[in-house]
Design a binder for this molecule. Structure first.
Ligand SMILES: O=C(O)CCC(=O)C(=O)O
Ligand SMILES: [Fe+2]
Length: 244
């Protein structure tokens, strides 16, 4: 998975870039099947209870990863691209499996996971019909909202973060695009890029996709004092680091 000069240039200017055909269709199908089996309880993995048959909410993993997720997070093909984009060796701190669009409102991932960037993979063809991600092009060069901004002494005190992201989106006055990705494409995006899970236009449509969130090895801030942060390194080592 080589990043070309065009990829790097797009990432720097727009805040995201798409690597086409990063994964084979067989790899995507294997992942989808694994996740459907896990969802239905046809296979069992400690820490992942079978879910309600109609529960297609995304599965977010931070401190407990199933083997398939660990494999995708530490896939050696991701190591160099993420290192290049972060400017340093990276650790995974979260992964997310989406059966359908999250329809999540606008946000910056670096608000939730300071210092992060994302690798987001389309496991099937993804577009407006099944609620692809919508990104505000170039918004990574504008302001970042942080948890401390919402405290009593902060500039966004009293705001609901999701309303604040809409406000920031409007202030940025930059275009928003719906990312079109084919099965197997990887979208790398900056932690400050404003994005959302698009509305599902075709009722019930699946949108199998996976996202890994990575931070630089030397980056330590973490806003969740009560929850430990587990870092997953590409060499296979998982470790907890201080939360302060
Ligand atoms: O895919 C989506 O619906 C949203 C995903 C997202 O926000 C993320 O991966 O950070
Ligand atoms: Fe996100």
């Amino acid at each position: 998975m080589e990043l070309t000069a065009q990829h790097l240039e797009a990432y720097a200017r727009e805040g995201f870039t798409i690597v086409r055909d990063a994964y084979t269709h067989a790899e995507c199908d294997e992942f989808i099947e694994y996740m459907l089996d896990l969802q239905a309880g046809r296979t069992q993995v400690e820490g992942f209870a079978p879910r309600d048959p109609e529960d297609w909410n995304r599965l977010i993993s931070r401190c407990c990863h199933h083997p398939m997720s660990l494999r995708w997070m530490t896939d050696p093909r991701l190591r160099q691209p993420i290192k290049t984009l972060l400017g340093e060796e990276a650790d995974g701190v979260q992964s997310m499996y989406l059966y359908k669009s999250s329809e999540q409102r606008r946000h910056q991932d670096a608000y939730h996971l300071p210092g992060c960037m994302s690798a987001w993979v389309a496991l099937q063809d993804v577009g407006p019909q099944n609620g692809t991600i919508h990104v505000q092009v170039g918004s990574h060069q504008k302001a970042l909202l942080e948890k401390k901004d919402f405290r009593d002494d902060g500039p966004w005190q009293g705001w609901h973060p999701e309303d604040a992201f809409d406000k920031l989106f409007a202030q940025n006055a930059l275009p928003e695009v719906a990312v079109e990705a084919q099965k197997g494409d990887a979208v790398f995006f900056h932690g400050q890029l404003i994005h959302r899970g698009g509305p599902i236009l075709e009722p019930g449509a699946f949108r199998h996709s996976w996202a890994g969130h990575y931070i630089p090895r030397s980056y330590d801030p973490w806003p969740y004092e009560e929850a430990p942060r587990m870092r997953v390194s590409f060499d296979g080592i998982c470790r907890f680091t201080a939360t302060a």
